[in-house]
Ligand binder design. Structure first.
Ligand code: 5AD
Ligand code: FES
Length: 351
């Protein structure tokens, strides 16, 4: 135990541990170790962000997907999904609604849907930037070529979310069909960084076949990549996927990892994810108290929300969820935090 606290102190000072040290910490942590870590993580968040929580308006604009990830509810092979696409006008309406609610960042997320050509994405991004010049645009639309990423960037996209899912090549191949590789995915992340995007990586906690060593590898990978954002959430089974019978990921492990990430990269943008809120009614609050500093309220039209289900029992999909923003503002207030209304860019550390 003393030893584990020493490891946490070391992480705080050096901002990295060895693979073996991460494995030791992740294999043996207790409630007491967690609380020790969370206090340091919260203090670090306070130092960089005060009590402000950044907020991003999430627009899930298509649930068509050409990929077949074994864990995901909107995978191509799931024929039970009622598919939908939002038009440019639909998306702009979501943005307008969001802008009035105070959002200055929009996240356009979707399956890998070739209906949206590069030209159409460029058109959508340009139009949002024209109508709402003081907003930041985040894309989360999967693996594309360097040239495509560059086009979106030139059109005004500022950030890109692409979880690496697992850094371990063998583990990656157990979660995806053969045509989807960790090598290609990691190349995309490097391309995005090179082009100049603020980049978000991330992974699921407790995904099938994941070992503690794999998680330690994810942490080392993140340290090497130095992304501006990292999204992590528990794996949650979806009934109509090959992984329907696997158990969901652990709340305690997810929270512990948020704390570790906060100490590793002190100014990192870390969301308290919807998946975290799904496995525990206060999951997102617990995420913030473990060191997260971003929430992503759903801005998608309520009528399509039940069709964008990556996993079972997803929250924020009912009629009552029309204004997730207010719900989250209240939830944050209750634990002593406030939603920020600016773009919430990544701010590099002073050297
Ligand atoms: N449980 C939890 N997270 C999931 N994702 C996809 N399917 C699931 C699931 N069943 C995550 C993946 C993906 C992100 C958009 O959602 O990490 O990158
Ligand atoms: Fe969506 Fe509470 S945040 S309903």
């Amino acid at each position: 135990m003393g030893n584990l606290k020493e490891l946490i102190d070391k992480l705080e000072n050096k901002r990295i541990l060895s693979l073996e040290e991460f494995i030791e910490l992740l294999s043996n942590f207790t409630e007491e170790t967690s609380n020790y870590l969370f206090e340091k993580a919260r203090n670090t968040s306070k130092k960089y962000f005060g009590n402000k929580i950044y907020t991003r308006g999430l627009i899930e604009f298509t649930n068509y997907c050409k990929n077949d990830c074994f864990y995901c509810g909107i995978r191509r092979s799931n024929v039970d999904v009622e598919r939908y696409r939002l038009s440019k006008e639909d998306i702009l309406n979501c943005c307008e609604n969001g802008y009035e609610l105070g959002f200055r960042t929009f996240v356009l997320q979707g399956g890998e849907d070739l209906h949206y050509s590069d030209d159409y994405i460029v058109e959508i991004v340009s139009e949002i930037k024209k109508r709402f010049p003081d907003t930041a645009i985040t894309l989360s639309i999967g693996e594309k070529s360097y040239e495509s990423y560059e086009k979106y960037y030139k059109a005004g996209a500022d950030r890109y979310l692409l979880r690496h899912e697992t850094a371990n090549f063998k583990h990656y191949s157990m979660l995806h069909p053969e045509n989807q590789t960790a090598k290609a995915r990691q190349q995309c992340l490097r391309d995005l960084k090179k082009i100049g995007y603020q980049v978000g990586a991330g992974f699921m906690v407790g995904s099938p076949y994941q070992t503690i060593e794999n998680i330690a590898e994810d942490l080392i990978f993140i340290n090497d990549l130095q992304p501006q954002m990292v999204g992590i959430g528990p794996f949650i089974p979806h009934h109509a996927t090959p992984f329907s019978d696997f158990p969901q990921g652990s709340l305690d492990m997810t929270l512990f990892l948020i704390g570790i990430l906060r100490l590793m990269i002190p100014n990192l943008l870390i969301p308290a994810t919807t998946a975290l809120g799904t496995i525990d009614p206060n999951g997102r609050e617990k995420g913030i108290l473990a060191g997260a500093n971003v929430v992503m309220p759903n801005l998608s039209p309520v009528k399509v929300r039940k069709q964008y289900l990556l996993y079972d029992n997803k929250i924020c999909t009912g009629e009552e969820a029309a204004e997730c923003r207010f719900c989250l503002a209240n939830r944050m207030k209750k634990i002593g935090y406030e939603l920020a209304v600016d773009r919430g860019d990544f701010v590099p550390l002073e050297k």
